[in-house]
Design a protein around this ligand. Sequence first.
Ligand SMILES: Cc1cc2nc3c(=O)[nH]c(=O)nc-3n(C[C@H](O)[C@H](O)[C@H](O)COP(=O)(O)OP(=O)(O)OC[C@H]3O[C@@H](n4cnc5c(N)ncnc54)[C@H](O)[C@@H]3O)c2cc1C
Length: 443
Amino acid sequence: MHSSDTAEKPHRIVIVGGGVGGLTLATRLGETLEKDRFTEVLLLDGSSTHFWKPLLHEAAAGRLDPAAHEIQYAVHAKMNGFLFEQGMLVSVDRTCRTVTIDALQDDRGREIVPARTIRFDTLVLALGSVTNYFSVPGAQMNALSLENLSDAKSFRQKLVEVCTRANHIRSTNRAAQRRPLAINIIGAGATGVELAAALRDSLHAMHEYKIYDLDPSVDFDIRVIEAGNRILPALTSKVSDEAAQILKNIGVEVLTQTKIVEVAPDAVITGDGRRLPGDITIWAAGVSGPPVLRAVEGIEVTTNAQVLVTPTLQTTKDPDIFAIGDCAACPIDAKSFLAPRAQVAGQQADFLAGALIQYMQGRSLEPFDYHDAGSLIGFGHAGAVGSIAGLFDRPLFVRGWFATIVYRFLYRRHMVKVSGLRQASIDSVGHWLRRREPTVRLN
Ligand SMILES: Cc1cc2nc3c(=O)[nH]c(=O)nc-3n(C[C@H](O)[C@H](O)[C@H](O)COP(=O)(O)OP(=O)(O)OC[C@H]3O[C@@H](n4cnc5c(N)ncnc54)[C@H](O)[C@@H]3O)c2cc1C
């Protein structure tokens, strides 16, 4: 491990995590501070590319080509006036004002770059979240998760393997009993519900292209399993009811008030003792802050491992350390925190892009003010449903083509923020031109 430069240097803002919040912040600060000799912005991320997390379910179901939506951090940094270094955060030393990132290894585990210790003057933690398995036996070992692109690729690969095996058995032994392939999605939040719909689309596309001799309407059981008494518990009951109806229409089974108490390699076990077969089980029942944050001395975390921040997004004991997005517990009132959502991370990044400059100038900060623009749930070919902020911020229920357009617009807006209008428009045209390519990927 080597220590990077300690001589007199510009004020360094280090942002750890280049997701929805971190990349937006780095881009905006880079644009503002590019010509400022006295300040530099450094983004750290464990990955070499950015992928907008709310698209992960589409990548998992094989509905899009991830490469067409990835942004190379190193190139993006060069074009937007900030620095980038790849590596996973392993520790923060508040006394020495340094962070340490892990060594980079190749796919055989050989070291490419050693661990590095990097100084900071201002630190922004934007590490996102990890899957919360709630200590359910077997869940971490036997269920897949959907935290990043590599998880999405693993899911797609597993889906292809399961279909290929079933197809082979059926084509070589016509008399074989046709048991439907069971896919269990644990958790009926946005991730679980959107994944179920994307999977349905994907299986129909596979059938259309005659990739497998498997009929989506009889050969697959897709189940969304929820412990609470309705799906999408964070949204209004009207959105939840409409979403449940759409899932029913597209042939997804919804089990509410069903708690999973164990995940076996080939089944899930419910609280009332039922054993539901599972060729694939995916755990989408909740998130928590990344474990690395629990170990930082002097940073207060909640029981869910999220960093506790003040209304100005500063950590409670160290005003030079900020946290945004899923990894931050930003108070709404004495009892509750903002939910881990892309629009929260994006708005906090926009806020901090201005607030950090004021902070460096020694000015006091206004509190972060969150505006809920609503929530939309996408069902692929079955459209979208949700609520958007209407007049006087009153939620307006939307569905059909209008909801689908707004849903698609959310991703485009992120791309405009990060890549600029010109590049985002070129990318959109590229995606549009490729729309006639097969809508399912097998690799
Ligand atoms: C399938 C799915 C669908 C979703 N749909 C919606 C939706 O419709 N609307 C909505 O509002 N929200 C949605 N979300 C939630 C949304 O994606 C998150 O709230 C949002 O991405 C949080 O942004 P963030 O910047 O905090 O973290 P992320 O976007 O998750 O970024 C975190 C970054 O930190 C990096 N990182 C993590 N650990 C380390 C480490 N130790 N060292 C270095 N780098 C690290 C990661 O590589 C990543 O780049 C969805 C999530 C999923 C999984």
